[in-house]
Design a protein around this ligand. Structure first.
Ligand SMILES: *[C@@H]1O[C@H](CO)[C@@H](O)[C@H](O)[C@H]1NC(C)=O
Length: 129
């Protein structure tokens, strides 16, 4: 078991050199979403960073002011990487993109309001550290 000690030290050294951080995205809410298709707003949010998908929320049916309880975590991320949130309205054929929120990440915890191009606002919080 002695051989495991240098390995732990090596891992610690690597992680401090690569300045990788952990991202958590949470408390996603939207207000005043527009009614675009079929007279209901069935919204969900896709979360990504660069080409990596962090996942998507559930659909909140017939709710113009939805709140999503999902949290999204990502470990392989750095300061100044981009966080992208895309808000969609579920439709039978093509889901309608209500707006895109992009932000360059900083270390710390931040709450943001993002105005969607088709109306309404997405509120979210992230922690990078
Ligand atoms: C992120 O961007 C800021 C401002 O442009 C810069 O000062 C900082 O060094 C950058 N951080 C990293 C990890 O690249």
């Amino acid at each position: 078991m002695d051989s495991s000690v240098p390995l732990v030290l090596l891992l610690l050294m690597c992680s401090s050199i690569m300045v990788e951080a952990q991202l958590k995205v949470y408390d996603l809410r939207a207000t005043d979403l527009p009614t675009v298709v079929l007279l209901t707003t069935d919204a969900y949010v896709k979360v990504s960073s660069g080409f990596t998908s962090l996942g998507k929320t559930s659909v909140r049916y017939n709710d113009a002011n939805p709140w999503w309880e999902e949290e999204f975590s990502y470990f392989n991320i750095k300061e100044n990487d981009t966080l992208t949130l895309k808000v969609y309205d579920l439709d039978l054929v093509f889901d309608d993109l209500l707006g895109v929120c992009k932000r360059k990440l900083k270390v710390g915890t931040y709450q943001h309001d993002c105005f969607l191009t088709k109306g309404g606002t997405l509120h979210y919080t992230y922690t990078l550290g």
